[in-house]
Design a protein around this ligand. Structure first.
Ligand SMILES: C[S@@+](CC[C@H](N)C(=O)[O-])C[C@H]1O[C@@H](n2cnc3c(N)ncnc32)[C@H](O)[C@@H]1O
Length: 394
């Protein structure tokens, strides 16, 4: 009532000043503006979409995944080996945080020396651990601290050490799993195809194994952030990184059969971000086509990544979505394209022993047909993180 009164007074004033033409123009403008106003926020559209699809995909597990996605996520502190790492590790241990990678390595050691009488017997599911001759087949030298199950303490922001470098990098701890699964070995040439803002690139460098590391991202703003991360964490004399800003889909033509290890950490619907943040949300109406084309882009990037891998080399595909259309289906699609269009064989490698190693820290989806999927749960609110390890055979 009050609003229509104000409208009438305003209209009368306008009529007096400028005649009926202007009023009509203003009203027309107002109507157009009102009809383009979004009915639902992007976060709400994302939740509706997930409710529809993930109920089918995850059944009874979906309500608990949903509430975890909407709750505060947990972080991990990736220790910067280039900085005063021993001091950092000591300080993190004082906070009662645990290095989940070191704990997994200890479990492998226990398997390697089972005859040691002081070693407790392993539970049957750990019998699939790697053989004693290859005690740690995953990327080495990575140390990441998390608070234990159910502990929702937060890490303080990273600090500059006496060496002038930041002491740790805060990330969703499950983001380290694709890098660990890549199994970088000393002297490897490595490609990080979609690298910005650079958490995984930093982890790859921290392995101390990369003879040469190519870090690429199509977005110049993301490669700028990547360079800032490198500047804050890595000494200037570490020079084996090359940063580029190209379309990763071209890599198969640019550098075919070149790299020992390739990480393909693709853009996706970033499920946690999509249900929480309006800013840069892929569920905005204006980004509908981009969202629909996402699986196609992901297949193209994975194909390019595998083409850039040497025969016998390894690529890891990863996303932070629960969607099987962006996960297993993409892996299956890329393998088919490689076989049919390029006569190249690539094969998914089993990661079930890897899953057993880290199951105290993360909740894995038990029935993922290809690769592994970390589910957000309240006792370990990491992820979602999907990763799949592929070996290029020919
Ligand atoms: C999930 S993010 C990568 C996160 C990064 N690996 C990290 O750990 O910090 C996906 C990235 O892919 C980039 N991207 C999107 N399309 C691309 C393309 N065609 N080629 C290369 N990068 C692309 C985006 O700019 C975005 O930075």
């Amino acid at each position: 009532m009050e609003a229509s009164l104000r409208l009438m007074v305003g209209a009368r004033r306008l009529l007096r000043r400028s005649g009926p033409g202007l009023i009509l123009r203003r009203l027309r403008h107002k109507k157009k503006w009102a009809s383009t106003e979004p009915k639902f926020s992007s976060t709400r559209l994302a939740l509706q979409n997930f409710d529809m699809n993930y109920k089918v995909q995850f059944g009874d597990l979906w309500p608990s995944i949903r509430v975890s996605l909407l709750s505060e996520q947990k972080y991990g502190a990736l220790v910067n080996n280039f900085s005063t790492w021993d001091k950092t590790a000591y300080e993190l241990e004082q906070l009662k945080a645990k290095d989940f990678v070191l704990e997994a390595q200890r479990r492998v050691q226990e398997k390697a020396f089972p005859e040691d009488p002081s070693t407790p017997a392993l539970p049957p599911e750990l019998e699939t651990l790697p053989s004693p001759r290859a005690p740690w087949p995953y990327s080495p030298n990575l140390h990441c601290y998390t608070f234990t199950r159910g502990d929702i303490s937060r890490f303080h922001p990273a600090r500059v050490s006496s060496l002038g470098l930041l002491d740790y990098y805060l990330m969703d701890a499950s983001s380290l799993l694709p890098v660990l699964a890549l199994g970088v070995q000393p002297g490897d040439t490595v490609l990080d195809l979609c690298a910005g803002p650079g958490g995984k690139t930093l982890a790859l460098l921290l392995t101390g194994c990369c003879r040469h590391l190519a870090a690429n991202d199509i977005s110049t703003s993301r490669t700028r952030r990547l360079k800032q991360v490198l500047h804050s964490y890595v000494p200037q004399d570490v020079s084996q990184v090359r940063v580029t800003s190209q379309d990763g889909r071209k890599w198969g033509d640019l550098e075919r059969s070149t790299y020992d290890r390739v990480l393909v950490d693709v853009p996706c619907t970033t499920d946690r971000h999509s249900v929480l943040e309006e800013d840069n949300n892929i569920f905005k109406r204006s980004r509908k086509v981009e969202r629909q084309m996402m699986p196609m882009l992901q297949v193209q990037l994975l194909v390019a990544g595998l083409l850039a891998t040497k025969p016998g080399g390894v690529a890891v595909y990863s996303t932070c979505t629960l969607s099987h259309l962006q996960n297993e289906y993409v892996v299956g699609g890329a393998i088919d394209i490689l076989a049919n269009q390029y006569q190249i064989d690539a094969q998914v490698e089993e990661l079930s022993s890897f899953r057993h190693l880290f199951q105290d820290t993360f909740s894995f989806f038990p029935s993922c047909p290809l690769g592994e999927l970390v589910l957000p749960v309240l006792w370990a609110n990491f992820g979602p993180m999907y990763f799949c390890r592929l070996r290029r055979l020919t």
